[in-house]
Design a binder for this molecule. Structure first.
Ligand code: FAD
Length: 400
């Protein structure tokens, strides 16, 4: 259904190959895993077996060395296959949270971690959000205190996806107290730590959630959890700058995931509208059914252009210094916003097109609607993107 003109050879071959893998996991697989809240480890294993988890990681460590443009296509294809956000989220952090690690990690860190992430031995989660600071990331309260050759971590994280199955967490914690730094963006550090679920200093509590139930989301409690000092990535105190690198990549991937869900929803709704006959005619003959679907489709197409434009800028900015971090940030945030809104519209229309059957698990669109709220909330909410564009592009006064 998506118009495929204009994509590169690499993007098209990623799409073909990933579609073939996802075809082994039909909608029934995702319905069952959503209902039973069972991790889709078979999808993770199948993608790892064919090397897809290293799509955007360096070739010298076993990655494919492709960019976020191709990784976004991969995540969109997974989501669009019917796997939705759950399927995408089962591998999502492996792809984007590893970007800052690949860029700022030292040789030892890269050699010891990246190959095991690519071959599927270790899964990864991303630990940023905290219950008491939310979107005010710079004021996060989890501390990592240096003691000899260790850091001692204390604090709490929330909503950490895949923490029940991950071996590694990319963690953002404060290493210098807020009162002692000039700007709140200083004094934060990034770590790649082991998740030792047998250690009593670490506790995980699974959160019951609305959608994407096949993947776990967790409260994480650190109570003097010790990690070796060599888990620090890059320089101490530079964590926020380092993590920003992964955040723009994540916005592109999330935009791709939202698009996948939106196109899957419109496709299902259009099929149903062609087949379902009421009052002696297909319901799609009614413009009240057809026009909102056409509108949803065009919104997805526009968001698609914004998404792959942002991913291209992100990739090209590595070598083309005329592409500023500001331009990349605006493009990635705008793409995530537009794709999330387009997906929401598409999924809502898909449920309404199905009438009562839109509410039945069997038709999948209720699952898509539950899941499509995630890209509107995470990793940054729609309101915060509107704040960002108001302030940084329109030069309006900061509102908070
Ligand atoms: C399914 C799911 C998976 C997630 N996975 C992860 C993960 O793996 N790792 C991780 O670190 N985090 C994860 N998150 C967390 C996610 O990134 C946060 O939920 C998100 O950043 C919003 O933060 P919050 O929930 O604390 O909202 P809050 O900060 O409490 O905000 C609540 C509401 O107030 C609005 N608001 C707040 N401040 C302003 C303002 N100044 N102006 C306008 N509006 C404002 C927000 O837009 C939002 O609508 C996940 C979340 C979900 C739902």
């Amino acid at each position: 259904m998506m118009e495929m003109s204009g994509f590169t050879e690499e993007q098209l071959s990623v799409r073909d190959a990933v579609q073939k893998i996802c075809a082994q996991f039909p909608n029934e697989y995702w319905q069952q895993h959503d209902q039973s809240e069972t991790d889709p480890k078979e999808l993770h294993a199948a993608l790892a077996a064919d090397g897809w988890l290293g799509i955007a990681l360096p070739e010298q460590f076993g990655g494919a060395g492709l960019g976020i443009s191709e990784a976004t296509m991969m995540l969109q294809t997974i989501s669009q296959s019917g796997a939705g956000m759950a399927g995408a989220q089962s591998i999502h952090a492996n792809v984007y949270a590893t970007q800052p690690l690949a860029r700022f990690g030292n040789k030892d860190q890269l050699e010891s971690t990246i190959p095991n992430i690519i071959n599927g031995k270790w899964r990864v989660c991303f630990g940023v959000t905290e219950p008491n600071t939310g979107l005010d990331t710079l004021r996060l309260k989890t501390t990592a205190t240096r003691q000899g050759d260790k850091y001692i971590i204390s604090g709490q994280k929330i909503w950490i996806t895949c923490a029940q199955v991950a071996s590694k967490m990319i963690l953002l914690a404060r290493t210098t107290p807020l009162e002692e730094v000039k700007k709140p963006s200083e004094g934060l550090s990034m770590f790649c730590i082991d998740i030792d679920r047998s250690n009593p200093a670490l506790e995980l509590k699974k959160i019951k959630k609305m959608g994407g139930r096949a993947v776990d989301a967790n409260e994480v409690f650190f109570d003097h959890y010790e990690v070796p000092a060599n888990t620090l990535i890059g320089e101490e105190g530079q964590g926020f700058k380092i993590i920003l690198h992964g955040m723009n990549a994540e916005r592109c991937l999330l935009a791709g995931e939202a698009l996948g869900l939106g196109y899957a929803a419109v496709e299902k709704a259009s099929r149903y509208a062609r087949e379902r006959v009421v009052f002696g005619r297909p319901i799609g003959k009614n413009q009240a059914i057809a026009h909102p679907l056409a509108d949803a489709y065009m919104n997805l197409e526009a968001a698609k252009l914004a998404t792959y434009h942002a991913a291209r800028l992100y990739d090209q900015s590595k070598t083309d210094k005329s592409i500023t971090p500001h331009a990349v940030g605006v493009a990635c945030n705008s793409a995530k916003y537009m794709a999330a809104e387009a997906a929401f519209k598409a999924c809502e229309r898909a449920v309404m097109t199905h009438g009562g059957m839109g509410y039945a698990m069997e038709y999948d669109v209720e699952r898509y609607l539950r899941e499509c709220l995630v890209p509107r909330i995470a990793p940054v909410s729609r309101e915060m993107i509107l704040n960002f564009v108001s302030e940084k592009v329109l030069e309006l006064p900061r509102s908070y």
